[in-house]
Design a protein around this ligand. Sequence first.
Ligand code: TXA
Ligand code: MG
Length: 321
Amino acid sequence: MTKDQPEILLEDDAGVARAAELLGEGRLVALPTETVYGLAADARSDIACARIFDAKGRPRFNPLIVHVSDLAAAEALAAVSPLARDLAGAFWPGPLTLVLPLREGHGLSPLVTAGLGTVALRVPAHPTAQALLSAFGGPLAAPSANPSGRISPTTAAHVVEGLGAQVAAILDAGPCAVGLESTILAPGEASVRLLREGGLPRDAIEAMTGPLLDDTTPGKVQAPGQLSSHYAPSVPLIINSDLSDGHAVTIGFTAADGGDLSLSQSGDLVEAAANLFGHLHAAETLAVSEGKPAIHIAPVPETGLGRAINDRLRRAAAPRT
Ligand code: TXA
Ligand code: MG
């Protein structure tokens, strides 16, 4: 008999040990991080990494983010330039991914790097992610734990809803604190390219590096977070500051916008980011149960984390291709 639900593991020593054991067998485990839940697999195993693409229904072998426990573990896989080291020193562990040149003998599956000469590395801050990385003792490839193109998961329930038993187990650590995927940077010799806006606000980075070079154009890098349609609910999403359409499920930024839901009652962008994907999941469920044909959402101010929130909204609202 095949089971149709994943094992739900508590974030205690026994849960972490069981998750590490499953990963060692080449199975998939949903991993809580401070950004979103990841679909983790042994980054050195071709079969385990192939299961990630199969479970997500990813149309192509796009490169995956690799999670490691610290800078020393990152240096075993990639060449870390002085500029990259400064960024890591300032923002790791945390919601930052660095794209770095691969080191000889890195041992990663070619499915992780998609044949590129670089690898995207991240040191997560979440204590359960750190506990699993040390129990497993190796690098973990983990894209967001959602079917390809759909809303990213910020709770264990979102993972069950999207992937079911395609994931062997879920380490349940409650809702993710940041709620947006990591910011992705590619540090060069003297300048830094921004590949994806995310949970680490651009201004915090620019205070250290000076202006970032924008490289977030849809279609330029053929990777999921950069596709123009992504993070999408099953019901059409429309960005509209007028939420008075009674036929739609409505999400306001603040309570003053008067939607069915608000991203943050008081207009706090950090709270709005943490609520974004959960509210999109809830609005989708509400639209389906009430037979409403669309979700209308108000945009947020284009400052701090608001840039990454609006980026996700534009992609979720883009025409589906
Ligand atoms: O917060 C996050 O980053 C989450 C959590 C689970 O850590 N992970 C995540 O992974 O969002 P994923 O697979 O959904 O996004 C991977 C992104 C791709 O969109 C791609 O842009 C970038 O990582 N990427 C990976 N390898 C790359 C490379 N070698 N060069 C450029 N971009 C790369
Ligand atoms: Mg994703």
